[in-house]
Design a protein around this ligand. Structure first.
Ligand SMILES: [Zn+2]
Ligand SMILES: [Zn+2]
Length: 170
């Protein structure tokens, strides 16, 4: 009796577990559209991300959920548009700051980087979810003037960028 019950229980939990794994694997990511500001200083000199090489050229998938592949899910997490190098566009919920620098092909040695979000020093800022209208300031290189944490991408400017963004306008 007990053995039967036990095996029935085992079968049931296995089914639930497999269903859960299956659902996680094939779950479509949540599509959002938020913006935040960022500045990177190498030896106290601002890195220019407004160059063409840092711009996203693939069309946005803001309302084309079915067109998402694993590769463009990563790209859609965080990228730049319109030659603007200090406002990140986020289209996938839960995107982290590290996703931005990975997608920009701009490797940062996080061990030797200092990050501030809204003027507050954040340990492992690369793992933090990008929140709307916040500003990330990253200091890299040998010289790091922590006073640069005061630099801010104003919300009004970010709103302007999001309203005028052609490829992924709301
Ligand atoms: Zn976009
Ligand atoms: Zn956008």
């Amino acid at each position: 009796m007990y053995t039967k019950l036990a095996s029935a229980f085992l079968v049931l939990t296995s089914i639930v577990f497999i269903a859960f794994v299956y659902q996680q694997k094939f779950k479509k990511p949540d599509i959002i559209h938020i913006h935040a500001g960022f500045l990177v200083y190498k030896d106290n000199i601002q890195v220019d991300f407004s160059k063409l090489e840092y711009m996203s050229t693939i069309p946005c998938f803001t309302d084309k959920k079915d067109g998402l592949t694993d590769e463009n899910v990563q790209q859609e997490k965080a990228h730049l548009h319109d030659g603007i190098g200090n406002v990140v566009h986020v289209h996938i919920s839960g995107a982290r700051w590290g996703d931005l620098f990975a997608n920009l092909n701009y490797p940062i040695n996080y061990e030797n980087a200092t990050g501030f979000i809204n003027q507050r020093k954040i340990i492992n800022f690369q793992n933090k979810t990008i929140e709307p209208y916040e500003t990330l300031v990253v200091l890299i290189g040998k010289k790091k003037d922590e006073g640069l944490k005061q630099e801010k991408i104003e919300k009004g400017y970010i709103v302007k960028v999001e309203n005028s963004s052609e490829p992924c306008g709301l």
